[in-house]
Design a protein around this ligand. Structure first.
Ligand SMILES: CC(C)(COP(=O)(O)OP(=O)(O)OC[C@H]1O[C@@H](n2cnc3c(N)ncnc32)[C@H](O)[C@@H]1OP(=O)(O)O)[C@@H](O)C(=O)NCCC(=O)NCCS
Length: 168
């Protein structure tokens, strides 16, 4: 099997993306239509990890506002005109293909953010992945009551994190 590589996601990758999402995030379900909307609104932020003819992971990101998080399994409608961050909605890789693969996708979206004039990356860390994200330069950000309420849908360990690109 050749080494998996990240490539831009295509509409035809949706069934594979959706199947991986259902397998990796059984407690955070999102409909294929919701995932497809993100791919449509920000194709440059959405990649798949391809190994031979198989998709073994995906990453979905889109411009957004800092300290806001879209509702889980909710449509975005449209991207904000005054976006100030690139929001990493999700990255998921099948267990057998893990081992240092997130770094290359994070580098891709960092480049996209910089090219789009966005000065931060944002995400919600789940499943205790905070140390992983800290290793990539993300830091927990203070959440106000509204953000805390939204974070609850992502489980007890959910942490809103930002990486300031202006400083690096
Ligand atoms: C997040 C993910 C894409 C990272 O893949 P990867 O780059 O191949 O990274 P690895 O899985 O090798 O993990 C890198 C490090 O993070 C740690 N880590 C990964 N997931 C973790 C978790 N759920 N809890 C604690 N630590 C975790 C690993 O132990 C590893 O630490 P090490 O370098 O000290 O060994 C992959 O772990 C995954 O798909 N996880 C499930 C989905 C998920 O949690 N997505 C993130 C949502 S915010």
């Amino acid at each position: 099997m050749s080494k998996p590589h990240w490539r831009p996601a295509r509409a035809s990758d949706l069934p594979a993306i959706s199947a991986i999402a259902a397998r990796i995030h059984p407690d955070l379900p999102e409909s294929p239509e919701v995932l497809a909307e993100k791919m449509r609104l920000c194709p440059d932020g959405c990649h798949v990890l391809a190994a031979d003819d198989e998709i073994v992971g995906y990453g979905l990101a889109h411009p957004w506002k800092q300290h806001w998080i879209p509702s889980l399994d909710g449509f975005l409608g449209r991207l904000p005109n005054d976006a100030d961050c690139l929001y990493l909605h999700d990255i998921a890789v099948l267990p057998r293909s893990r081992g240092g693969v997130a770094r290359a996708y994070v580098a891709e979206i960092e480049q996209l953010a910089r090219a789009s004039g966005l000065t931060a990356l944002a995400l919600v860390s789940v499943y205790g992945t905070r140390p992983l994200w800290e290793g990539f330069g993300f830091r927990p950000a203070t959440a106000d009551a509204e953000l805390r309420a939204k974070l609850e849908a992502y489980g007890a360990s959910a942490t809103y994190m930002l990486r300031n690109l202006a400083a690096t």
